[in-house]
Design a binder for this molecule. Sequence first.
Ligand code: IMP
Length: 434
Amino acid sequence: MNNNIVILGMQWGDEGKGKIVDLLTSHVNYVVRYQGGHNAGHTLVVNGKKTILHLIPSGILHPDIIGIIGNGVVVSIPNLIKEISILKNINVSLENRLIISSACSLVLDYHIKLDLVREKFLGSNSIGTTGRGIGPAYEDKISRRSLRIGDLLYDQELFIFNLKNNVDYYNHLISFYDKSIYIDFDLIKIEMISYKDYIIDLVKDTTQILYESNNKKQKIIFEGAQGTFLDIDHGTYPYVTSSNTTSASACIGSGFGIKNIDYILGVSKLYSTRVGNGPFVTEIFDEISDILCSKGNEFGSTTGRKRRIGWLDLVMLRKAIIINSLSGLCFTKLDVLDGLKYIKICIFYEKISDGTRLSVIPTGYINYNNIRPIYKILPGWNEDTSGIKLFSSLPSNAKSYLNYIKKLLNISIDIISTGPDRDHVIILNELFSS
Ligand code: IMP
């Protein structure tokens, strides 16, 4: 029996994790965010109504669960307050249902300003960040310069002292990129201190809470943000985010014991998308990319940017299965493929220079100019799969397509999503016994 499950993205984010977390939340007591910040965008559609969450765990729409923001998350308090009020406006009460670690590093205005001016300065070499200050906030954490939630709440004198040092540092740094930008220490100090009363009741020892709940055999979902190939170590560096997005991060970013994780579920679309810059071997620019973009509504939920589109890439998925120690897969957006004459799946990469084939993307340096995708082409289907709940009801070409992928990846396919709504889903393997 599974008590504790990690759910995370297998690609470059936007795989539809939010919906799957929301779906499985009815079985659990806690949903935990453990990395990233408000760069994430988790779109949930319940009864046809759309809600986008960036920081608050996706399961929060279920009235009985407690959402936890673990120590690995970088927190923008104004953004958190905004999200809390969006939820209040749709009658989702958070009373005693949202807990934040005092060890979270804060995202401040100067992080956002630096992120934006640096991207502008880099021009065509930019990362294509979400502009939310995430990179600079994690830089501060690693440089041991972060202001953390606990500092703001429990040692205001030290907080103000460190804030002054950081404002001086950022004014110096930002002036390298743009001399017209100036961070006003007094303004930022007043703003930050005004947040104190707002969040003080939300802050508790999240690690201890998770430890005790596990001892009581309560159930926990750890909700990943972004995706495997945006991981700072294992992703397509430097075109990555600034946190570890792979499964091990669930423990580091929450303080939960590694031996207590029972199941790791990877979520992947049945095609690929990426926002921001960086390598994308199976990217396509033809009319199929336009079809998938509009049918799949492939626009970033945080920035509204049009996502780049490509075919499913098994060379990447094989690697994602390895580095995440994956237990099973959830495939999303099957219905978006309806009506295509054919569907391509990248089964190998081939080195253009010598014809060598790679079945798993290597760790470290890759000369993407020397790589081309080798595809298996399978027939599509004309039938409408949206909302289908049984595998046996799928068109036979869709079944063959999914069975082919399963055979090549040699891993359980647990869930197939057939539409945006919570119940548009085929469950092949119940991950929680009720
Ligand atoms: P940052 O996380 O804002 O620094 O952006 C770094 C890279 O990660 C950029 O390519 C972003 O587009 C990408 N990214 C960050 N968060 C998400 C997400 O939630 N979904 C998809 N891409 C993301």
